[in-house]
Design a protein around this ligand. Structure first.
Ligand SMILES: [Zn+2]
Ligand SMILES: [Zn+2]
Length: 154
């Protein structure tokens, strides 16, 4: 089993802000995080309130280095308030749990899984986040559990 440590927050790098979109480029945040990886760290997961994007998508719930060390997840579009709805903390935490597992799965070399019951199923919307499974399917779990990831797929 791995030990989980909660590290002090680091500021979001100013160069990740894209004023035209009023969003933050997740790839630049990942780059910043890679400069802050403590020794003996298997994975580094960042959680931010900032609304994240990448150049080709209008938003992302998170981004990870496939087979790498770092992943980042955004709370912004997991909150019911973002959709004009009443805040729902248990739902927010459930969504966050799924997103964290999903992005960490990518760092273990997983790509998107065709099974809707698997947390590695692609989610384009928060409805997808809610309807997909909350754990890895057997096939994906095997990859995460094996620990041999960096050479897997491209
Ligand atoms: Zn994904
Ligand atoms: Zn799967």
């Amino acid at each position: 089993m791995a030990t989980v440590r909660i590290l002090p927050s680091i500021p979001v790098p100013p160069e990740s802000f894209e004023a035209r979109r009023n969003q933050y480029y997740s790839t630049r945040i990942l780059k910043e995080m890679l400069g802050e990886v403590p020794p003996n760290t298997l994975k580094l997961l960042g959680v931010t309130d900032k609304d994240l994007c990448i150049p080709i998508l209008t938003y992302v719930f998170g981004e990870a280095q496939v087979g790498g060390t770092a992943a980042v997840v955004s709370l912004a579009r997991l909150r019911q308030e973002h959709y004009g709805l009443t805040p729902d903390r248990p739902l927010l935490l459930e969504r966050l749990r799924k997103e964290c597992l999903h992005e960490l799965g990518h760092t273990f070399g997983l790509v998107h899984c065709p099974s809707r019951d698997c947390v590695m199923y692609l989610s384009n919307t928060v409805v997808d986040v809610d309807t997909r499974g909350r754990d890895f399917c057997d096939g994906c779990q095997t990859v995460v559990g094996s620990g041999t990831t960096t050479e897997r797929r491209g």
